[in-house]
Design a protein around this ligand. Sequence first.
Ligand SMILES: [Fe+2]
Length: 281
Amino acid sequence: MDTTDAKPLESMDLWEEDLLERYPEPEHVFRDYKAEVRPSVKEFYRLNHTHQTNEFVRAKKKLYGALAKAEMSVWEAMEFLNTLVDDSDPDTDATQIEHLMQTSESIRQDGHPRWFVLTGLLHDLGKVLCLFGEPQWAVVGDTFPTGCKYSDKIVFSEFFSGNPDCEKPEFQTEAGVYEPGCGFEKVDLSYGHDEYLYRVVKDYLPKEALYMIRYHSFYPWHREGAYDHLASAEDRENLKWVKEFNKYDLYSKVDERPNVEALRPYYEELIAEYFPAKIRW
Ligand SMILES: [Fe+2]
């Protein structure tokens, strides 16, 4: 891998700002997304779509699925993620912990259950993959199924022409290597912070929370309605939770900065309600 190409985004948050451009709040006027997209975001997706092969995904699932990288408490993982230094201005940009709390605090303000608030706090912790040396294109960005035909609903789908999987005839059908209706559990989505964190927390949180965490970047499905032919009845049933979560993920990051130290006791108690003191990462 060419490591000089590994970091096109000046800040990891740029990918999420870009989502706001693509999926503005309904009352905002429609804008021509492609005309305004940042060159660094475009380059990010070129790398992502070129290198996320089915083989790559399976290898990363195996590597990180072993949970052999670290033993940390949830709060320690939040502090670890906070050490992620982007090239953007640290004085004006919210820290990673502040981002997480902006999401969880808006969920809390709407009176949702405690597990939902906790999910807001946790949902991006898988970005510690960057601190384990993974390039941006293997950590963030919209996710999509590998091992079958790419949907044209995937952002910048034209960049898949550079993906070696395009040469494999068995990957070119609608279902590809999968059985129609098999469920996303059996599908190798492009690798990133969603799948990794799902693996870390799967024994501790309710199923709805796991859906939110595992599929929150799967925009081709939860926003564009693509890949329904691979979904199971259970996936369809839980889509509403993924959509409900997405509102907070997308639109809560422009609010004022939360007071992390003041909120810490509340969140430490919430974490302790669901997690042991240390978990495997
Ligand atoms: Fe995320």
